[in-house]
Design a binder for this molecule. Structure first.
Ligand code: UTP
Length: 296
């Protein structure tokens, strides 16, 4: 019998070097996408999937992340006095979203190391991991499908997305075989950031996982890999090959996903999510379509 999922872990302790100098004094997960920091989209997604117990793995500059999900009595009072109900609700919404917990990673030694920091909080239960800089468009479904697949297979579930071959060196890449379920594959092998010429496929691991608790034992003995970091992909590779704790399956995602840790991905997120807002859509569309705004 598979245990019910209640916990989400959100790693947000990376250095964000691709976004320097913006990330000098602020985590990249706090960069605004339209009018909310990227991390709020991620927490909202977890909550929509029923995961209201959220553990955030933070690093330096942790206070901005913690403060965002906390009450701000003086600001709330000012908005209340002004009768600005809409903005008051927006401020209160982010502080009441989920049951937030925080743990520090200390030295950011890689995503695998960050996930291992959640062991005490998670215990012997399956849990979801949502990368704090990866936004899945809320018009598309992913986490619900992954949770259902976890219930069915009793295995670790990763999210996979087709990427252009020249991009394989930015992702973990999977070797897979079909299952009887459309859109769900069995993962046979994984390799972190292979050169396009060596990539076994173009199916890339993206930032959503439903992990079996067996991952902790594997992470504890996983040594630093690519880039000198303890890679989650390396631990998942072992779980897939040795079929540890049910092995690893992949849900193929064909929706919209934005890597806000990357400059172009961040800009795409803002444009696409702004176009989804009724109050911004028409004017932004007009501006984008106007050739006068497209000249370099
Ligand atoms: P990235 O691979 O984007 O790494 O992390 P990064 O260090 O944050 O960014 P760059 O490459 O220097 O620009 C993916 C996710 O994993 C978290 C990050 O915060 C991000 O949400 N992460 C990464 C950690 O929590 N700890 C780490 O040690 C590494």
């Amino acid at each position: 019998m598979t245990k019910r999922l209640t916990k989400a872990v959100i790693p947000a302790a990376g250095l964000g070097t691709r976004f320097l100098p913006a990330t000098k004094a602020m985590p990249k997960e706090m960069l605004p996408v339209v009018d909310k920091p990227a991390i709020q989209y991620v927490v909202e997604e977890a909550v929509r999937a029923g995961l209201t117990d959220v553990l955030m793995i933070t690093g330096r500059n942790k206070s901005a992340l913690e403060n965002h999900f906390d009450q701000v009595p003086e600001l709330q009072q000012i908005l209340e006095e002004k009768g600005d109900q809409k903005r008051l609700e927006a401020v209160e919404f982010s502080s009441e979203l989920a049951d937030m917990h925080y743990v520090r990673q200390g030295d950011p030694r890689g995503l695998g190391h960050a996930v291992l920091r959640s062991k005490l909080h998670v215990g012997n239960n399956p849990f979801a991991v949502l990368l704090g800089d990866d936004i899945i468009d809320d018009r598309d479904v992913l986490l619900d499908t992954m949770i259902a697949a976890h219930g069915k297979y009793g295995a670790t579930i990763i999210a996979l997305m087709e990427v252009p071959r020249e991009m394989t060196d930015h992702y973990g890449i999977a070797t897979v075989e079909a299952t009887a379920d459309d859109g769900i594959v069995k993962v046979l092998d994984l390799v972190e950031k292979p050169d396009p010429a060596d990539a076994p496929s173009t199916l890339a691991v993206i930032g959503r996982y439903v992990l079996q608790p067996g991952v902790f034992n594997v992470l504890e003995v996983t040594e630093a890999g690519k880039g000198g970091e303890i890679q989650l992909t390396d631990a998942l590779r072992r779980m897939a090959i040795e079929e540890i704790d049910g092995g690893v399956y992949g849900v193929i995602f064909r929706g919209r996903r934005y890597d806000t840790g990357d400059k172009l991905g961040y800009i795409k997120a803002i444009v696409s999510l702004a176009l989804a807002r009724p109050e911004l859509r028409a004017e932004l569309h007009e501006w984008l379509e106007d050739p006068a705004n497209r000249t370099a």
